[in-house]
Design a binder for this molecule. Sequence first.
Ligand SMILES: [Zn+2]
Length: 471
Amino acid sequence: MARTIITGGTVVTAADQMSADVLIEDEKIVALAAPGSHEWSADQTIDATGKYVIPGGIDVHTHMELPFGGTFASDTFETGTRAAAWGGTTTIVDFAVQTKGQGLMEGFEAWQEKASGQCAIDYGFHLIVGDVNEQTLKEMETAFAEGVTSFKMFMAYPGVFYSDDGQIFRAMQKAAENGSTIMMHAENGIAIDVLVEQALQRGETDPIHHGIVRKSILEGEATHRAIKLAELAESPLYIVHLSALEALEEVTIARDQGLNVFAETCPQYLLLGLDDLGNQFEGAKYVCSPPLRDWDAGHQEELWRGLRGNDLQVISTDHCPFCMDEFDGLIAQKRLGEGDFSKIPNGMPGVEPRMELIHQAGVVEGKISLSRWVELCSTAPAKMFGLYPDKGTIAVGSDADVVIFDPNASKVISVDNQHMRVDYSAYEDWEVTGIVDTVLSRGRVVVDGDEYRGEAGHGRYLKRGLNQYVM
Ligand SMILES: [Zn+2]
């Protein structure tokens, strides 16, 4: 049996902050004790004096190798989970995809194949439902038995991932039978496509127009519609990557009514804005959907308020990187949309800097508390997607997914020091105080300062339970 002691640190969970030593045996946390109160012996001792000891980050929204717009997201499960580990994230939940004409479980198996033997950290899957029919609805039960308890649908991307209201409603009714959660990309894609066509006809082809045509009111409208359909079907609903104050307003109302409605936002919607899409084609780096929002309209400020008041429960990344130029054997993916913003692959890199960015912008800059940071980035995602308390906390019996975080050290974020497989950082030259120091995944040190000690294949597939917030 391998025993590890983490000594001298401040254990921070969603609920508590305490001086405590942590004893790990093999893959589990087996004891916490006041420093000096025990006589534990161990094979290795990690000194966390002056540092936080937090549960590993959980990113419940990633897209490794996602096929999109004629190319694939540039991180593989191997490179993407390694980058996640570097950033203090020890679990991802990625999206397996059912494409049109394919069975739901075919998508699940294809993604299992991609991830198997590749991941540095533990991983689970949601399923993107791309083709609702009788077989799909039956297969939602099969998927559930395999530990997929959440299904994502799209009100955006007509002709690709889009489902109409009837398809959405049927899937929600099915989800209600066993308590699965429906995750919704809530943008009115039919109306957006009209605006896209009109913009292109006017010769508006630069990336900034991606941000202009995808109106926030259309995110609000779709969010409202999704909530009403879920209310009627009595299924839990989770709005992914919420970016607009109009959408937050709908979620807030629904939650005040006691509905099982939840939502996440992402660092890019809190920290970046429509302006970033300017500067001609450089803005392509910031093309994602929903788009980055206008600072003047106050979206970002409202999202922070939502995070503080629990109208938003989770911060994930929607990590979906595409290269600007040729890089590491990849084509210049974003340049597929030169001359037509609607052809720019949608997505941004983000799985690596999330913990540090939110610590800086949230905790250091006084917008959320230290415990709320842990809750938003680890504990709540674990509870929302049926992984708690194995994941998401520092407690006796939990998996030893632990990050030692140095709140006093700082660094400058840059493409030159990141590990994601992409040729830019959306946060180039941003300075953060508070950085990831040491990372353990199920008791194994995977990141030790500047040294990577992880291994492809260490990460295990996680069968997930139900959303633990549902009443
Ligand atoms: Zn996504």
